[in-house]
Design a protein around this ligand. Structure first.
Ligand code: 13P
Ligand code: 13P
Ligand code: MG
Ligand code: MG
Length: 373
């Protein structure tokens, strides 16, 4: 049997420089040092630390499987230490996503977002990981549909016989905490019926139908449901496997040639256009946005991220490319159009989401003044 390797991408907003803008250097240093030490001890094989806006992202490759308590503890302890540093520096939102206090073996449900995938290594295993800021996990529904179910996006669905059997999607109902698996192309319409409701239904996993090969997994945490109030957006992560009977890296990136609207942005309360950016521009400014997405590509090789001659993991900053200039331009045009509408729907989220999060206090304040009409 071939080698089993696990990719764990665990993220947390531990505090930010100047509002909710970006992860500053001292927090990166803590993450880098802790993961380096974990590599030296043999807990993980190698890693990449990066940021999606104000979210600190720990990408770790190891052989311990998914939901491993030692890996999750490494992430938890690292976030705790970084949050303490953020507190000391009086950074904004220090420890924002650390919603629970005592770690008990699994970081899921404690605030940080988690995407993990254990794979049996193929001859060559290209991976793309995504990190987003100022949005929720539903932001991946649209691109995941296009990548794995839309033949107008993914030529391989039409051309590659290895993909002809289609893909299976696991969808979480985050309101009722239930899940369902739907298969495309047969159940494409039912799939769209659900995942078009991006605030409730979120794609958590995708498999190739003919052999159940795992090909995508995303974090589906709803922070507001853990905290029962608005505490910042979920700012999700996703891992996608590519090529050789799966969508090509270029097909995985194609949905991002255009911008589309996602929930989040200022105070997590607005629809905003997603802007695909390179790591250099992974920072939120205008109206705390626009919501941004980064994508990193790498190869899995013998239990780790393939390394260069100096032993450094090799990583491609995939959206750092003029090919996404049009999408960025579209995002900015749509951003200005939406902001001209101020606090009027549909620029602002609908009442259901608002009452559950940020509008509740206003309604409470006015309660007594409402008279029968
Ligand atoms: P594979 O089937 O080897 O992934 O090739 C497809 C391709 O190269 C298109 O990018
Ligand atoms: P984050 O969830 O990225 O911390 O953003 C919070 C916010 O309220 C932005 O306006
Ligand atoms: Mg923040
Ligand atoms: Mg954030």
């Amino acid at each position: 049997m071939s080698r089993k390797t696990t990719i764990s991408l665990i993220k947390c907003d531990v505090g930010s420089l100047a509002g909710h803008h970006v992860v500053p250097q001292p927090l990166f240093k803590i993450a880098e040092r802790n993961l380096q030490q974990a590599s030296e001890k043999g807990l993980i094989n190698n890693h990449i630390v990066f940021n999606a806006g104000d979210d600190l992202e720990l990408l770790m490759v190891h052989e311990k499987g998914e939901a491993n308590p030692d890996i999750h503890k490494l992430a938890w302890d690292t976030f705790k230490e970084a949050a303490n540093k953020a507190l000391e520096l009086k950074l904004y939102g220090a420890g924002q996503d650390l919603l629970k206090t005592a770690f008990s073996g699994n970081i899921r449900g404690m605030g940080p977002g988690v995407a993990e995938m254990e794979i049996e290594e193929r001859g060559s295993d290209p991976i793309v990981v995504f990190g987003a800021d100022k949005t929720s996990a539903g932001a991946f529904n649209f691109p995941l549909f296009r990548i794995f179910a839309d033949p107008m996006n993914t030529a391989g669905l039409v051309i590659d016989p290895n993909m002809a059997g289609g893909f299976k999607f696991e969808i979480m109902d985050t309101l009722e905490n239930k899940k369902v698996v739907l298969k495309c192309p047969e159940e494409m319409y039912e799939l769209i019926a659900l995942i078009g409701t991006v605030q409730r239904y979120m794609i958590s996993r995708v498999w190739r139908a003919r052999d159940d090969l795992i090909c995508a997994t995303g974090s589906v945490t709803r922070l507001s449901q853990i905290a029962v109030k608005y505490v910042g957006k979920d700012d999700p992560v996703m891992i996608v496997r590519a090529q050789h009977g799966l969508p090509a890296v270029g097909e995985i990136l194609s949905p991002f040639m255009h911008s589309y609207l996602v929930e989040g942005w200022m105070r997590g309360s607005h629809w905003g256009p997603i802007m695909p950016v390179g790591l250099e521009d992974s920072k939120c400014t205008a109206f705390d946005g626009p919501p941004r997405m980064v994508a990193l590509g790498f190869q899995i090789a013998n239990g780790e991220i393939a390394k260069d001659d100096d032993g450094k993991p090799m990583v491609a900053d995939l959206f750092n490319d003029p090919a996404f200039e049009l999408a960025r331009h579209e995002a900015l045009e749509n951003a200005t159009m939406l902001r001209r509408m101020g606090e009027f729907e549909p620029a602002r989220l609908g009442p259901q989401e608002m009452e559950y999060t940020t509008l509740g206090q206003i309604l409470e304040k006015l309660k007594e003044r409402f008279k029968p009409a």
